[in-house]
Design a protein around this ligand. Sequence first.
Ligand code: IVH
Length: 673
Amino acid sequence: MTVKEQIEALRQEIEQHNYYYYVLSQPIISDYEYDMKMKQLQELEEKYPEYFDPLSPTQRVGSDITTSFEQAYHTYPMLSLGNTYTEGEVKDFYERVRKALNEPFELVCELKYDGVSISITYEHGEIQRAVTRGDGEKGDVVTANIKTIRSIPLRLKGDYPDKFEIRGEVLMPWAVFEALNKEREEQEEPLFANPRNAAAGTIKLQNSAIVASRKLDAYFYYVLGEQLPFDTHFENLQAARGWGFKISENIKLCRTLDEVWDFIHFWDKERKNLPVPIDGIVLKVNSLEQQRKLGTTAKSPRWAIAYKYQAEKALTKLLSVTFQVGRTGAVTPVANLEPVQLSGTTVKRASLHNADIIESLDLHIGDMVYVEKGGEIIPKITGVEKSARPQNGEKVVFIKNCPECNAPLIRYPGEAAHYCPNENGCPPQIKGKIEHFVSRKAMNIEGLGEETINLLYENGLLHNVADIYDLKISDLVSLERLGLKSASNLISSIEKSKEVPFERVLFALGIRFVGETVAKKLAYAFKSIEALQQADYEDLIQVEEIGDKIAQSVRQYFSDPKNLEIINRLKAAGVQLSLNDDKSKRKGNELEGKSIVISGTFKYHSREEYKDLIEAHGGKNVGSVSSKTSFILAGENMGPEKLKKAQNLGIELIDENKFLSMINEEIPSSATE
Ligand code: IVH
């Protein structure tokens, strides 16, 4: 077997396993065996870049290149569905169809998946383009992100039409959603309200490597094209299953309204056992000929309708409201309720979000309140049964002072939340900052959990993150509950954290709005804490993805002398406060001070390689075209929006050949012109 054949065989084999695992949910090899095959393929592809294939399974890991989305028109407009909430309206729909057709017809009952709709074009059995719904006429081209979803086939099997479009729903499974929010909670990042928002947010991320890590799934429910194999919707869907798409098994062909009711009632009960969120069912006339006869209105087809399930509600008593202070000082009001059953779990607490929501509900202690889950992990109060209001229930008002340290709370303009500003004196903020600092994704200091932090705080050994590096074994062993073994483990873990790279240290500092990704961007742009400290607002917003809010927060952090003292102490302790710049990577200074946008596709190097080359020659790769852009490294098929913007701003386009000669790099010999 030649190397090329070996690579091809591995690609096919891995895609087949993707199909077993992600589409059929029936893996036939272990994760380990799968990983080994993937590793082998990656190594071969790295060694033989001439066999690069954008549809290789290795490309599903996404890329760190940030792209802004181009827009594209849909070949067929993406209509929405008429929504109904009552059985009466379903019956009306059925009657309308019966009268208009005046002949026997079948209805296909499907689940209504609750995610983001996507339309994908396939040509010659290969994925071409994936576009979001947008305004129905045109949407964002999100192909790179969609390709990371492993249940979506990149190449098709069987007897597929040469050209067609398929529509479906990109979803975040419940388990993934819960894990993601748990992680965000630990990092005190804002939670996603429900899996649909999480899926929508993910698919619009500019970094496909993060998309890949979010483990999205996709179900397909609509095939469009000029050469479809069958003239019924149901059969076309079954055929699409054969081409490799994930088509739900929970589809039913119905001839009577009674059969439709059975389907609706069955899934109303069963939906909570599905791994993915659904919010209703969809009814579609099966025959494509009859669909054409019925036609569409401006907004939606007359041959289909959605029946939406009611969110489950429960009525219970509001016992009290407590206010919790988080690491960032944000104060969250929580309603304590008389326990009540809701969608299979007992609810005792509900989120009240902020002062405005409390005010608009006009809450009083003792009120009977409606709680709903509606896809959200933490149930929320959606209404008050005013008729059941007790005589002397006290009105709930948002507190004015911090419940932990009594500092007067503040509310930033334009924000809904109240904050305790006493960052360095409010116990939950102090302890929360330390917990964040030592967490796995930050300094990864093991053995310093919530309880130990509490213990050290109570004993006056820990007031801020710099104190961690002053801890001694003798301090620790004198405390009850901490043995010599765990004390010395902790000290060595603290020691090891001095090797944690700058970008993670920056994240660990817990500057407001500086999450993992932002910390990376700032670290790479400024390279040291001193440079970051000296950066003014203008310098900060020059960095890709750094906007007004983050820039102000960074400035504020460095304007506090207490923070500067902590940084100095961390520096003295040997914590990494600058990038460990690998000087050997640096090849020249030709691009010093230049901001370069990469756009289009290239012959000689991948975009990733060009990014490295720009950096190796002292330049900076930025994502979007602005007046600050020095030039555009332009390949084939540059996005029309970027092109227009570049022309308007008079920014020069430089092609591959010219770029390589600018930086004195040779044109690779394996490249064919
Ligand atoms: S069919 C012209 N089938 O619901 C008909 N849509 O409000 C096109 N959806 O935008 C849609 N599950 O995002 C169809 N089984 C299903 C669906 C479904 C979820 C979504 C889709 C659409 C919205 C309609």
